[in-house]
Design a binder for this molecule. Structure first.
Ligand SMILES: [Zn+2]
Length: 87
């Protein structure tokens, strides 16, 4: 595996993937975890986003033991009730 990772091919369409960073959201039960500036690859053809297995494992670890940068309040809507109150 000496191939630079940014030359990875898209698993969907075979297009060339480019390195990028994304905001990744991970849901665990009722908790939502947000990771900013996550290294990922985006397909130049179909725009599919790919995250390395290694990075996903690191995210798993951070959810368990990591120290978040900050916390945000996440508005949660019950759709029918929210619609009813909107009128
Ligand atoms: Zn693709």
């Amino acid at each position: 595996m000496t191939q630079p990772s940014h030359n990875q091919r898209c698993g969907l369409c075979g297009g060339t993937c480019e390195a990028t960073t994304i905001t990744h959201e991970e849901r665990r039960g009722t908790h939502l975890y947000v990771f900013e500036n996550v290294p990922a690859k985006i397909c130049g053809e179909c725009r599919e986003i790919w995250i390395d297995e290694e990075v996903l494992q690191q995210i798993d670890q951070l959810i368990e033991t990591g120290v978040p940068e900050r916390k945000v309040e996440t508005p949660v809507y019950d759709f029918p009730r929210a619609i009813a109150h909107a009128h």
